[in-house]
Design a protein around this ligand. Structure first.
Ligand code: BTN
Length: 323
């Protein structure tokens, strides 16, 4: 959006529903009333609902549901995560773009897209990424060995869950990293890593949250196990504010990961978990494990007591609840 349009939206928002005349806008921006009218018409085409009356001026009734990266930068209260924000209307996949730019950007860079054409899920699955969602990838460059990367995924699950719980949404984590509300998936996390033999180069944390996604717009196969913030609360969320809260929470958890005992993080994960204590069936490329989920290890592996009371540790797989 060009600066004049941005400024008009800002002035109309600032007036909180009282009319602002074309003359006043024109004077503030140093443009003619005819130009103001031209920008108003362009803004309406972009989805801004602007009422106009020749006597009183313009009133902004509603704005389109778009993330505002400029506003996000202003309200963000972090020192690392989101200091560099790359915002796109549409991408194939934020994780793919993040991977392309990772070596040339600083740690904490975030890639955000309004929609993804080829959103990717875990284990090669599709991630339907329609308008209204929060689709982002966070680039991290932690000085950790490869085997510790799964810990960062746990940290991300906690951050998303806490952000939702702070909005009174009763989110819980299903191992390994789905965030569920009332048994339905609201968020998925895809962690990708680039590493040399003993050292991580960068980690890409891809986070997809069905914020204002209308469930009826999702494919049946996806819809039947999904929920969204708007579906749970009845209200759409301001995704710019939501992102600011989420990035803040991610930073808090990341600082904690880098500075505190990992056992504390495991304890919090277990407190927020939907999986521990349940009878589960976990499929991996090599085997099927059935039994009771009793904990997770420091590496994020699920611990299952199988039918023979044998302890099994599963580092990656798909988990289904048996009851
Ligand atoms: C899952 O299968 O549960 C993981 C889904 C991860 C989706 C997010 S959306 C943003 C980022 N970009 C992608 O292509 N995938 C992740």
């Amino acid at each position: 959006m060009n600066d004049n349009k941005k400024e008009i939206v800002r002035l109309l928002k600032e007036s909180e529903g009282s009319p602002v005349s074309g003359q006043e806008i024109g004077e503030k921006l140093g443009i003619t009333r005819a130009m103001v009218w031209k920008y108003i018409k362009a803004l309406r085409k972009e989805g801004f609902d602007i009422r106009s009356s020749p006597k009183t001026g313009y009133i902004l009734d509603s704005s389109p549901d778009r993330i505002d990266p400029g506003e996000l930068k202003k309200i963000l209260q972090t020192s690392l995560i989101g200091k560099d924000i790359r915002y796109f209307s549409e991408l194939e996949s934020t994780n793919s773009t993040a991977r392309e730019i990772a070596s040339n950007v600083s740690e904490g860079t975030v890639v955000i897209a309004e929609t993804q054409k080829k959103g990717r899920g875990r284990m090669g699955s599709e991630w339907q990424s329609i308008a209204g969602g929060v689709w982002l990838s966070l680039i991290l460059k932690p000085a950790i060995p490869l085997e510790n990367v799964s810990k960062i995924t746990l940290v991300a699950g906690i951050a998303v869950t806490n952000t939702l719980r702070n909005m009174d949404i009763s989110a819980r984590i299903k191992w390994p990293n789905d965030v569920l509300v009332n048994g339905k998936k609201i968020c998925g996390i895809l962690t990708e890593v680039s590493a040399e033999v003993d050292k991580v180069d960068h980690v890409i944390l891809g986070i997809g949250i069905n914020a204002n996604v209308k469930l009826s717009d999702l494919k049946y196969e996806i819809r039947k196990n999904s929920t969204s913030i708007v579906n749970e609360t009845g209200n759409t969320v301001d995704r710019t504010v939501f992102l600011a809260n989420l990035l803040y929470e991610l930073e808090q958890q990341y600082i904690r990961f880098e500075t505190k005992q990992f056992a504390d993080i495991v304890d919090e994960w277990i407190n927020l978990s939907d999986t521990i204590g349940r009878e589960v069936r976990v499929t991996t490329p090599h085997k099927l494990i059935e039994g009771k989920a009793v904990g997770i290890t420091e590496r994020g592996a699920l611990v299952v007591l199988d039918k023979n009371k044998k302890r099994q540790e599963i580092i990656a797989g798909n988990c289904h609840y048996s009851n």
